[in-house]
Design a binder for this molecule. Structure first.
Ligand code: K2U
Ligand code: ZN
Length: 178
């Protein structure tokens, strides 16, 4: 078997029907899924980004990766989460100017719960449950939304969302021509 190294995968751009469909729960872990997670981490770091959901590379399965460590000196903290689910949210909310690797160069403020409790299965098949706050909380909610076919622009007023979608249609047309 040829030695398989990580692959940088193309990231789907909005509007794309695959970004709006709910992803399927993962029944059994496999080496193929672990390799997919490694490709997603490689693709995320290359973008660069701090999160990526499988639907963004056209795989409609419930898998996300994250590494929200931004301090230069700090060691990276790559996370691979299969079947992640929010099990509790704080009453307090936080506002963050979000972006999305599937909607490049478009940013808007999104309000979300400030802390979330998340349950998931890691690459070794072990179940975890942990509370996230700060940028990690924003990111994990943004990624889990992707698994439900939800984009950060869905939280915006219709006019603002339509303006962003129109810009993306134009960008995709230009890229297709290039
Ligand atoms: O899912 C994605 O498209 C990657 C997102 C994750 C994210 C969005 C908003 C807020 C937090 C995380 C980003 O495009 S990764 C790029 C980025 C980097 C630093 C801060 C915010 C966004
Ligand atoms: Zn996104």
């Amino acid at each position: 078997m040829a030695y398989m190294t990580d692959m940088i995968r193309p990231i789907l751009l909005h509007p794309d029907p695959r970004l709006k469909k709910p992803a399927a729960p993962i029944a059994d872990l496999s080496d193929a899924l672990r390799a997919l997670a490694d490709d997603m981490l490689e693709t995320m770091y290359d973008a660069p980004g701090i999160g990526l959901a499988a639907p963004q590379i056209g795989v409609l399965q419930r898998l996300i990766v994250m590494d929200c460590v931004k301090e230069e000196g700090e060691a990276p903290r790559p996370m691979v989460m299969f079947n992640p689910q929010v099990v509790a949210t704080s009453d307090t909310q936080s506002v963050y100017e979000e972006g999305c690797l599937s909607i490049p160069e478009q940013y808007a403020e999104v309000t979300r719960p400030a802390e979330v409790q998340v349950r998931w299965i890691d690459r070794d098949g072990h179940q975890h449950e942990q509370e996230f706050s700060g940028l990690w909380a924003t990111c994990v909610q943004h990624e889990i939304d992707h698994l439900d076919g939800k984009l950060f622009i869905d939280y915006l007023k219709p006019l603002k969302r339509q303006m962003i979608t129109r810009k993306m249609v134009k960008l995709k047309r230009e890229r297709a021509r290039a």
